[in-house]
Design a protein around this ligand. Structure first.
Ligand code: CA
Length: 696
């Protein structure tokens, strides 16, 4: 572990206006376990899921189903340097804290948007460690006067909540491993927990780590999959897990990275970790003779003080489709068949909605919320899926739903105890998986080679109405859909729900919408002029209720042709933090209309053989962010329109030297001149082909 003293000038205090945001004596909330578990107070939004139960349910009722139609902009803060924004802000005593692009954290007056301080963890200086595509933090944590910030390159930093001064910083990732952090840290019992991503970026063995909130000293680490038995197992849980693996899995890492989905159950004093998919995806490669491969794609309960294993529930034994259980783990008490049960609500990628007994991890019920062809049902006795064996694409192909994007992904699921419904964006599509030509004996893990081709692209909607995405309201007691509305695009953001009988959700087309929570009737909509990726929050200051939202289309799915059609072209639209109230009188400055960039003409003599080689390099290294076929979706510049690409000196400085790291472009220090030249020819070939097609 490395800790260091704060470097000077990491933060600057713009104004000491903290006491000016309320009349009279300011409230000073001590943010501890009791405060984080308090579901009664509505003024603050203290944690990622508002409270420790992760319900994203607010008891506030000033904005409600009778008056939400007059909800209006109260204040806004332009964020011209930001790109994709997907995080959940926190509100503590009238101060709103949020993390934006390049992990920059701002504190603002929650009644006006006036900037109080900016904390820049200087993520851009780690250009050689930035794994492509992941400049999108989902949030921060707050504990006892400190804000906790996990960075793209793997640091966990503590920041003074009053001044924005960095107090300590610890590197949580081996710098030689291709990992990154996008998830929000979680604070509980004087500790801060972080996980990481990286399952697809190279040999990866997932883990979570807890650090002392005061000092940054590591308290414990829990490994998600077993390492090489010859090195000895860290604990009995790893010994047990190793029984479920075959072959030499450790040479591939195994995966299971916990990049999202941490819940501290203050009532039962248990910590729940959602775990990731296998590395590589294809079980045939990483565990050739089968096996469940614990603790991939599971909810694992840990002792919060020691990190010791308590129990687990695995949603996909022998995971092989990039399914994972990193989605939200929401806690509730529900009356099921006449008995009150302490439950986990969980809607992971695999398309089944799970109700799990959180005292012991036993399955209570599971039903599909989207079309599921990989498994028909979950056996209520064994808790195991009833699989379609052909869906494992055994030495061939299979068309499978949900896709590797999931029936539901990380976008926040809220739960309203008044309506008894859970609200989340669902995705309805199929994808072809193929492992033709993959030989486990010779397979080597490289960046985004996952032992399986996700061929054929999206093979269409699996929803009866033909839409790809819907907002669903799910009844976990009856295990059935209560209501559903169609959504634009595919990858829509998460939800928030209130005692005012409301559900709020932004959308990729820029609409911010409020629905009746019980019926799904649309009650209000505001066009933000830019696609939305973040979930909203609500809070109150001086008796006024606000709804706040970050507006900044982004995330890994803001790429490629499907996203490009939305028209949120790279760098065109202003990112914003926007707050609404019933008495709001502000007006947002207009945004440019949606614009879909196209290729530009440029004198360049394309060599077909070089272009073919460049296509391979592009697919492995570039397409993840810049889009398939070099058609960008707005997360990144469209390379077909780039004046940098055709000029080799400029191109090399950006790609090999990392000169655009400030914009989130990682450094590819090992790329060769031959590879760069082949990329030039591929990208210009794509541009010329699209220009020719447009001219026809
Ligand atoms: Ca994955």
């Amino acid at each position: 572990m490395q800790t260091h003293m704060p470097r000077p000038a990491l933060a600057f205090v713009l104004t000491l206006a903290l006491t000016a945001c309320g009349a009279g004596e300011p409230t000073r909330t001590v943010v501890d376990d009791a405060a984080l578990a308090d579901t009664i107070q509505g003024d603050n939004w203290l944690a990622f899921g508002r409270t420790t139960n992760e319900q994203r349910f607010s008891p506030l009722t000033q904005i409600n189903d009778a008056n939400v139609s007059s909800l209006a902009v109260d204040w806004y803060l332009d964020l011209p340097g930001d790109k994709g924004l997907g995080s959940t802000p926190l509100v503590v005593d009238g101060v709103l804290y949020f993390i934006g692009s390049m992990n920059i954290v701002r504190a603002v007056d929650a009644t006006s948007g006036t900037l109080l301080w900016v904390y820049d963890p200087r993520t851009r200086e780690y250009a050689d460690r930035l794994r492509a595509g992941w400049d999108l933090s989902r949030g921060i944590a707050y504990w006892d006067g400190k804000v906790y910030v996990a960075t793209w390159d793997g640091r966990l930093n503590a920041v003074d909540a009053t001044t924005g001064t960095e107090l300590w910083s610890v590197q949580t990732i081996d710098p030689d491993l291709a990992m990154y952090i996008t998830g929000a840290p979680k604070a509980f019992k004087g500790k801060v927990l972080v996980g990481n991503g990286g399952t697809e970026n190279g040999p990866s063995r997932g883990y979570v780590s807890a650090y002392d909130a005061e000092t940054g000293e590591m308290a414990w680490r829990f490994w998600i999959v077993p390492g090489n038995p010859a090195d000895g197992f860290e604990n009995d849980a790893m010994r047990m897990a190793a029984e479920t693996w075959t072959g030499e899995w450790w040479t591939h890492g195994g995966g299971g990275n916990a990049w999202h989905g941490f819940t501290y159950d203050a009532e039962l004093d248990q910590l729940y970790i959602g775990t990731g998919n296998g590395s590589p995806w294809n079980r045939k490669v990483r565990s050739p003779d089968g096996g469940d491969n614990l603790f991939l794609c599971s909810i694992v309960a840990l002792d919060p003080d020691t990190g010791e294993y308590l129990w687990h529930y695995q949603t996909v034994p022998g995971e092989t489709w990039d399914y994972n259980s990193n989605m939200d783990i929401v806690l509730s008490d529900l009356e099921i068949e006449g008995a009150m049960r302490k439950v986990i609500l969980h809607a992971p990628k695999n398309g089944f909605f799970y109700v799990i007994d959180r005292t012991n991890g036993a399955l209570i019920s599971a039903e599909p919320f989207v079309e599921t062809t990989w498994a028909t049902s979950i056996d209520p006795v064994t808790g195991r899926p009833v699989e379609d064996p052909d869906a494992r694409y055994p030495d061939g192909m299979a068309n499978v739903t949900p896709t590797e994007m999931g029936g539901h992904n990380w976008h926040a699921m809220s739960f309203n105890p008044r309506t008894g419904l859970a609200y989340y964006p669902a995705m309805h599509q199929a994808r072809t998986y193929t492992d033709v030509g993959v030989d486990p004996a010779t397979y080597r893990v490289t960046n985004w080679l996952v032992g399986v081709g996700v061929g054929g692209g999206n093979t269409g909607s699996t929803h009866p109405t033909g839409v790809l995405a819907t907002l669903q309201a799910w009844d976990p007691v009856r295990q059935e859909l209560a209501w559903e509305v169609p959504l634009p695009g595919i990858y829509n953001p998460g939800t928030m729900t209130t005692a005012g009988n409301l559900v709020f959700q932004g959308r990729v087309d820029g609409a911010f919408v409020a629905y009746r929570a019980d019926t799904g009737e649309e009650l209000w909509r505001h066009d933000m002029g830019l696609g939305i990726t973040a979930p909203p929050i609500t809070y109150a200051v001086n008796g006024r209720q606000y709804v706040a939202l970050l507006v900044g289309y982004g995330s890994l799915m803001a790429r490629g042709r499907e996203a490009a059609e939305l028209g949120w072209a790279y760098g065109l639209h202003t990112r914003r933090l926007v707050a609404f109230s019933i008495d709001g009188t502000a007006t947002l400055p207009p945004q440019p209309p949606p614009y879909v960039p196209g290729p530009i003409d440029f004198p360049f003599d394309v060599d077909r053989a070089l272009a073919a080689r460049g296509a391979v390099v592009y697919g492995q290294q570039c397409g993840l962010c810049h889009g398939g076929g070099a058609v960008a979706g707005g997360l990144t510049p469209d390379l077909r329109a780039s004046l940098v690409v055709p000029r080799i000196e400029d191109f090399a400085s950006v790609v090999r030297d990392g000169t655009r790291a400030v914009n989130g472009m990682p450094q590819y220090a090992d790329i060769t001149l031959d590879e760069l030249i082949s990329l030039q020819h591929y990208i210009r070939a794509r541009a010329e082909a699209d220009l020719a097609a447009a001219a026809r």
